[in-house]
Design a binder for this molecule. Structure first.
Ligand code: ADP
Ligand code: MG
Length: 215
């Protein structure tokens, strides 16, 4: 059984999923992937463990595989923001698993690691950059990264980021991104601030929502 092929992903990506033992999409993946492939902004409400990484990651990889050309030096094609080092690394690992053997380059920038090393690898350009907001801003201020051609933005675990001064950080980051841009925002809860965030950074978003497992 392999049920991912109903979602409209490219054959190459379906092969990679199958090779990695994925058989059927989770509910949030079922809902979000076709909408994202159509180019819509997506506002996703889903708890931890529901498979959000591939819900935004698969359409992102699919689009990038179809957009020709390597990223120019210092540039980024897609930016994923997540609240912690651990989450950034988990997201990157799971995307690398599916881009292994392709030309898509996935990089991470987080605090607590050598910034010079990050400046060095960012200089070559990156297809998908997964970052914590604080370190990213530091790198932007040093002109180590150019987000002006980034046409995809993902805000993962956005409610956790709110607690970390995220609104302020996003005010610095979002204007540096390219337009037009496809934005996906995922959160486990939808406090009022999240609605404001959505109104400020998403355009006509399609809402997807799944109940926590077991409810
Ligand atoms: P979330 O971000 O919602 O917390 P993750 O994307 O981290 O969830 O996924 C949780 C776990 O489920 C990971 O180990 C991931 O590899 C696995 N997973 C994701 N999608 C599927 C799927 N369609 N089939 C089987 N396992 C999956
Ligand atoms: Mg996650």
């Amino acid at each position: 059984m392999f049920d991912f092929d109903m979602l409209g992903l490219s054959p190459a990506l379906n092969d990679a999923l199958s090779r990695n033992g994925f058989k059927e999409p989770t509910p949030i993946q079922n809902q979000a992937i076709p909408l994202a492939l159509e180019g819509h902004d997506v506002l996703g409400l889903a708890q931890t463990g529901t498979g959000k990484t591939l819900a935004f990651g698969l359409p992102l990889i699919d689009r990038l595989l179809q957009s020709p050309g390597k990223p120019a030096p210092k540039t980024v094609k897609a930016l994923i923001l997540a609240p912690t080092r651990e989450l950034v690394n988990q997201i990157a690992e799971s995307l690398k698993q599916l881009t292994d053997g392709t030309r898509i380059r996935v990089s991470t920038v987080v605090g607590g690691q050598s910034i010079n090393r990050q400046i060095n690898f960012l200089s070559r350009g990156t297809d998908i950059l997964v970052a914590t907001p604080g370190r990213l801003i530091d790198l932007m201020e040093r002109r180590a990264v150019d987000l002006s051609s980034a046409s995809y933005l993902v805000l993962d675990e956005a409610d956790q980021m709110l607690d970390l001064g995220f609104i302020h950080a996003l005010r610095k980051i979002a204007p540096a991104l390219g337009t037009p841009r496809q934005t996906m925002l995922f959160s486990a809860t939808m406090p009022k601030q999240m609605e404001e965030l959505s109104a400020a950074y998403l355009t006509n978003p399609r809402k997807v929502q799944v109940s926590p497992p077991g409810k």
